[in-house]
Design a protein around this ligand. Sequence first.
Ligand code: ATP
Ligand code: MG
Ligand code: MG
Ligand code: MG
Length: 564
Amino acid sequence: MRMSKLYIPTLREMPAEAEIASHKLLLRSGMMRKLVSGVYSYLPMGYRVIRKVEQIVREEMDRAGSQELLMSAIQPKEIWEATGRWDNFGPEMFRLKDRNDREFCLGPTHEEYFTNLIKDEVKSYKQLPLNLYQIQTKYRDEKRPRFGLMRCREFIMKDAYSFDVDEESMKKAYEVMWEAYDKVFTRLKLKYKVVQGDTGAMGGKISHEFMAMSDVGESLIAYCDHCDYAATDEKAEVVYKAKENIQKELKLEKVYTPEITTIEALVEFFNIEHSNFAKALVFNVADKPIIAIIPGDRELNETKLCNYLGIGGHELEMADEEMILDITGANKGFTGPIDLKKEVKLLIDSRITKMKNLVVGGNETDYHLKNANYGRDFTGEVVEDLLLVKEGDICPKCEKPLKMDRGIEVGNIFQLGTKYSDSLGATFLDENGKEKPFIMGCYGIGVSRSVAAVVEQYHDEDGIIWPFVVAPYHVIITIVNVKSEEQIELGEKLYEELNALGLEVVLDDRNERAGVKFKDRDLIGIPIRITVGKRAGEAIVEYSIRGKEEKLEINIDKLIPLIK
Ligand code: ATP
Ligand code: MG
Ligand code: MG
Ligand code: MG
């Protein structure tokens, strides 16, 4: 591809809305563009990366015996009603009606649809096990779409579904998928951990999440260096232990809280007066509602607060009439960007004496304690104490101290059991002619999110450093001065030869300053770089690898074997 022809609208300036590296760099390098919040277009360069990730996923799924097909994004309400998820999925589901008022959703996931597909078609144990997958766009009306490809409302997922005759063979299928996922993420060069996960909206008992390690990851992981224990913060058993302990020692009264997702519900449940605060923001951290109370005259930097709360645990914090926690620190009068963690701590400290009878608890329905008081019930770092699991908590498996880290959930596998086959009446006849429900598993990989995860792990201040396997192109040849015949000639020759070798090559033949070309080249992050400059007459070029310091002046005869 010639850079002069390539549609790659790079940006010199940092996009203002982007906070994390992958979001910034994928926009700046012209790989993608936003349409509306959480909805992106993949431009030619970015789409090449997406397709490479898809291809790796495809190869490993095929190798593991899964068969690819393609289902629709539109799904009728009826199949979702059968499993109860039409209601339970909540506002994350995009719903629509056709001209006859029939209801549909844009699939956030496809358990119902796949189960419905094979139901009545797969009738015998002889047709099992069966494993089907697709690579397709999913739709989730996320409460907080953010971080570019990380949390979108439309995104590409690989989803697979396994159907087995019994628990044992389903577990085998699960293991095979696990291995395939290991291969995928290893090929993507991601540094990742596999952790026990919550089964949440999918149902079932056992699930594992594949977490690409990253400080900007939205998932918190508790893990142990002394044994193999690793779990999401939600799953970590210490959570429950810690909660029990608090309750035992402090003899606090346990209250049963509903899942509060609206201001009205909050006001009602805690019996507070609406007039005490101007605004309560209710939003999700790790899919659980948290509530921040904002005094009338303040705008909250929501992202910062969410980041802060994401790190510091997610705490429902409520008080009676005079004791509303001003989490923005409004009465300190600051305006600019704020260090929320510090401010919240200061605020809490300054109010310790005044506060009493708070409702505190884990970010989970029914895990709240009444009449908690700072100072008495919480000592030291108040905010830290409110964490569910924290660094140093005891590992539930070996009792050594736990460590905490952040990760990006790039994959999730579930042992579903019969939740879907039971409710949709999907059965087969076993060896004895007896009717049985399929034992199922489901397996997701965030294809587009994985691209963001790769960029998070592979970049520097100048741009992306693509691992070879997912790079949009393998080689970039930069002609330093397009007014030089010699340089053009040599550049073109190399371009042809490398293309003939089956390499994917970009020739930067633009009439631009060398500096601009070098900056773009760093930004786009193509791994192998050849600079055709002053020594073109001697057939000597400069060879370097993106992300590495060394530069080699080399004759092209020697260069080609080096790249091959
Ligand atoms: P999260 O915890 O981040 O909300 P999830 O657990 O809801 O993700 P799953 O239902 O397990 O997601 O979906 C399978 C995979 O799809 C996830 O592991 C993730 O890689 C990807 N994924 C889920 N939601 C999004 C999203 N909003 N944007 C991009 N990728 C997503
Ligand atoms: Mg989710
Ligand atoms: Mg999750
Ligand atoms: Mg998940």
